[in-house]
Design a protein around this ligand. Structure first.
Ligand code: CO
Length: 214
């Protein structure tokens, strides 16, 4: 496919128009934005271009701290995500952490195959582990698409749990309220489904995952 310079330059034109629009309604918009951020939400979502956190939730610049990766995986070995989490919880004091997956997730579908994806295997292994944890339920779903949709949901549920199992989240729970939510975006309808897998204390965690923070 030939590289089109026009579609690239359009982004910069769009930016100029966006600045004009914002200043039209609020002359102080950017000087206010520059003063700092205090978002209430940390969003952990898929890198998929069809799931823009702000747009589907009606949020504005300054409202949400965002981390996105392939298939919204929370791995404690991921220094990038763990640094985002620590900053969001300990410095920004976000009140809600939202893990948002989406049906038709390429990463989740890839994890269900036996293909060799090279380096990506290492990342998808996190999701294969989720499958393995729930293999009885998943293997019983004959329709492959339905099985994929269920794995998307279970993947979100397990990533919510992974967050709750970090000392970062548990330290916050010792001092204040912090909720970790699991959502799935359905791009076929535009609606977000709340999976009702919210965690806001250590109670439901197996003791092996509970840190002694007293
Ligand atoms: Co995805």
């Amino acid at each position: 496919m030939p590289v089109s310079k026009e579609i690239y330059l359009k982004l910069l034109q769009n930016n100029e128009e966006w600045v004009k629009e914002r200043l039209k309604t609020d002359a102080h918009y950017f000087s206010d934005l520059e003063k700092g951020q205090s978002p209430h939400f940390l969003w952990i979502g898929c890198a998929d271009s069809r799931v823009p956190a702000e747009e589907i939730t009606g949020l504005e610049p300054g409202d949400v701290f965002v981390h996105r990766n392939i298939a919204n995986v929370v791995s404690t070995n991921d220094f990038n995500l763990m640094s985002v989490l620590q900053y969001a919880v300990e410095v920004l004091h976000v009140q809600h952490i939202i893990v948002c997956g989406h049906y038709g997730c390429g990463g989740v579908i890839a994890s269900m195959s036996n293909k060799d994806f090279g380096l990506v295997n290492k990342w998808l292994h996190n999701i294969k582990e989720v499958y393995f944890t729930h293999h009885k339920e998943l293997d019983a779903i004959e329709n492959e698409e339905q099985r994929g949709r269920r794995l998307v949901e279970l993947n979100v549920q397990e990533q919510v749990r992974n967050l709750a199992e970090t000392s970062i989240v548990q330290k916050a729970w010792n001092k204040r309220e912090l909720s970790v939510h699991g959502w799935v975006f359905d791009m076929g309808t535009g609606f977000i489904k709340d999976l009702n897998v919210m965690l806001d204390d250590q109670e439901s965690l197996h003791p092996i995952f509970r840190y002694d923070l007293k």
